[in-house]
Design a protein around this ligand. Sequence first.
Ligand SMILES: [Mn+2]
Length: 329
Amino acid sequence: MNVDPTKVASILQRHRSFVLTTHVNPDGDGLGSEIAIEDWLLAQGKDVTIINFSPTPLVYRFLDSRNSIQVFDSSIHGKVISGAEVVLVLDTNNPDRLRTMKDAIMQSSALKVCIDHHLNPAPFASEYLLDDEATSTGEIVYHLLRKLEGEHLSPQAAKALYCAIMTDTGSFRYPRVDPETHRIVAHLIECGADPVAIFQEVYERWSTGRVQLLGKALAGIDTSYGGSLAHLTITREMLRSTGTLEEDTDNFTTYPMSIAGVKAGILFLEMENGVKISFRSKGDVPINMLAQEFGGGGHKNAAGARIFDRNLAAVEKDVLNAAKKFISP
Ligand SMILES: [Mn+2]
């Protein structure tokens, strides 16, 4: 584990052209980290292209005030990626999560730098800046920018990093939040991040359909193992009838966890070609081990998996059965 930003800071200083990317279905942490680093690199007069596999979800578009985030298209971006001196991979340590961008990046002769806070990094990068104790990639990027810039971060970077940390900590309430997290966000506010505006952008811009989708999902919430496991299921039909998208289910895992006595919560989301599963747990329940049984992974208390070409009912049954040993030891 390399938590010292010195080496990556010098890579950012030394090189001229950069490609920044993050995982499929990007979140506030991946996008905020990209924007904060982009802002610093542009201020130094360097070439920066942000290329993501997925489009930016609507709620995070406010971060991209330069409108610079591009959606990967191999016919356009193959050259950009092969010609860059450095590719920064943010908020994932597994190139499979870059989907079809993986090959373009791995074939590029660019220096590959991975900045991330997840467990079990894959051996694909030339340089790693990793801290699996960090609340977010945004927190790691904060220390990197402090190393580069000192005390004064730009308002744009402060906003992006505040959003990264706020979203990855569930608004400052997940277990890894500590006094240091609050000192960092206090400094980001001093640098110009507006907590009220950022919260409203991310959490108070739901469509009516999204609230209706949550209503349908909550109506079907179910518990098992004496109330210690709760799960929610979202079907294609529920998305269709409310006019919503998969990204509208972000953070729905909060709701099973709010039931008294629940130690773990699972969200099953029916995709076009399989099932996306989000896992949450409290305390010592290692829910990432359950995710691993289904080809996924993550943190002890938050993990995910995707299962392709199996139907929802079969996946639900297998996952709920397999959960038993973690819930009721
Ligand atoms: Mn993250």
